[in-house]
Design a protein around this ligand. Structure first.
Ligand code: PLP
Length: 365
């Protein structure tokens, strides 16, 4: 039986839904903000893990994708995407072998922050006759991973550029520690200082004869500012803005993009006039980081979630909800909810237009 053409509210629940008009508008707006200001767009795919969506971003002008895992990159490569940045530390012989194999179908870039990752990767790739691109992840203040700015990064770049089996191409840094700075002028100042660290390293490399073509940064909570930086950042990794989750809009000043994602849920119990219980609990929608928003019902609020139940408190306007009614919850942060679903259901208005398998689901290695 084909579901295509069905009305959203006739589908069984829980269902993971995308409003295609809003998604496409968000994609166009992100592309315009980034590419329109002269940078390339390499969106992180962790919010959707879905080749069909990555292709929509590429059709809008993205050069490829950013992934967190080798197995995610394999999924994207199998879907025909070639330019893939794995913006994460890749460690272990099995993974380095997989990177070498990936080079047969794609042109990946692998992030490193130490020679101990780069050297064995290069040895294995050289043995297989391939040479993936390598980028140094720098710590520009996030204090997670990353080579230290200054001589540490420069010496690492010089050492990597001498290796056979990899091709050194540049630097990246994620300004993730600055996303929630409230004062927007201060946020801009701090983001630009963080970008300066990348550019100073690039300049030092070029001066010492090391080619540094790529300077990669950016996320959804910052790209509307980082894209204004004119010092030489070449590409931005912002991805999650295509869904414009409440987390970004409420805490990171994301503007001009709308919610495109929802979980369609059914009211399964009405224990009190001011309470409703939905069939979509923590195994359907992860409320960590930011609770879900009840679409179109501002006086309904999530108060508790257990494995299979989501409990809402209802203001006067929402007390007409009945057992069997279907309503939509906008996940607070899509990344943690996408990983629980097999498919996105894409709607044009309320009509089901596409079902996209989340092929990167479970790809954690
Ligand atoms: C390396 C890296 N780049 C970019 C991002 C931004 O991703 P998004 O735009 O989906 O928030 C993240 C977020 O965690 C990240 O870790």
């Amino acid at each position: 039986m084909s579901f295509i053409g069905m009305n959203k509210f006739d589908l069984d629940t829980p269902t993971y839904c995308i409003d295609l008009d809003v998604l496409e508008t968000n994609i166009q707006k992100m592309a315009k903000t980034i590419i329109g200001k002269g940078m390339q767009w390499r969106p992180h795919e962790k919010c959707h893990k879905t080749p069909a969506i990555a292709w929509k971003q590429i059709q809008a002008g993205a050069i490829g994708v950013t992934c967190a895992k080798v197995s995610e990159a394999e999924v994207m490569a199998a879907a025909g995407i070639r330019d893939i940045l794995i913006a994460n530390m890749i460690v272990g012989e099995k993974k380095w072998e997989r990177v070498a194999s990936l080079c047969r179908s794609a042109d990946p870039i692998i992030a490193v922050d130490h020679f101990a990752q780069a050297e064995p990767l290069a040895q294995i790739c050289h043995k297989h006759g391939v040479a993936p691109r390598v980028i140094i992840e720098m710590d520009i203040g996030l204090n997670r991973v990353g080579a230290r700015p200054g001589s540490h990064t420069l010496e690492l770049a010089q050492a990597i550029s001498k290796l056979k089996g990899v091709k050194f191409v540049g630097v990246m840094g994620y300004e993730g520690h600055l996303l929630s700075v409230e004062d927007q002028a201060e946020k801009r100042k701090q983001i630009f200082s963080a970008m300066d660290m990348l550019i100073q390293s690039r300049d030092a490399m070029v001066k010492s004869g090391v080619c540094c073509d790529i300077v990669s940064a950016g996320g959804t909570g910052s790209f509307q500012i980082t894209s204004d930086y004119t010092g030489g950042v070449t590409e931005l990794q912002a991805g999650g803005g295509i869904f414009a989750d409440p987390l970004y809009r409420n805490h990171m000043a994301l503007k001009d993009l709308d919610y495109s994602l929802s979980v369609l849920a059914t009211v399964v119990s009405r224990p009190a006039l001011d309470r409703a219980v939905l069939d979509s609990g923590r195994k359907t929608l992860n409320p960590d980081h930011e609770p879900p928003v009840v679409k179109g019902r501002p006086d309904a609020k999530m108060i508790r979630m257990s494995a299979e139940h989501c409990e809402l408190s209802l203001g006067k306007e929402s007390q007409n909800l009945k057992i069997g009614d279907k309503i939509e919850l906008i996940p607070g942060y899509a990344d943690f909810t996408t990983v629980m679903h097999d498919q996105f259901f894409g709607f044009r208005g309320d009509r089901l237009e596409a079902i996209w398998p989340i092929l990167g689901r479970g790809k954690l290695q």
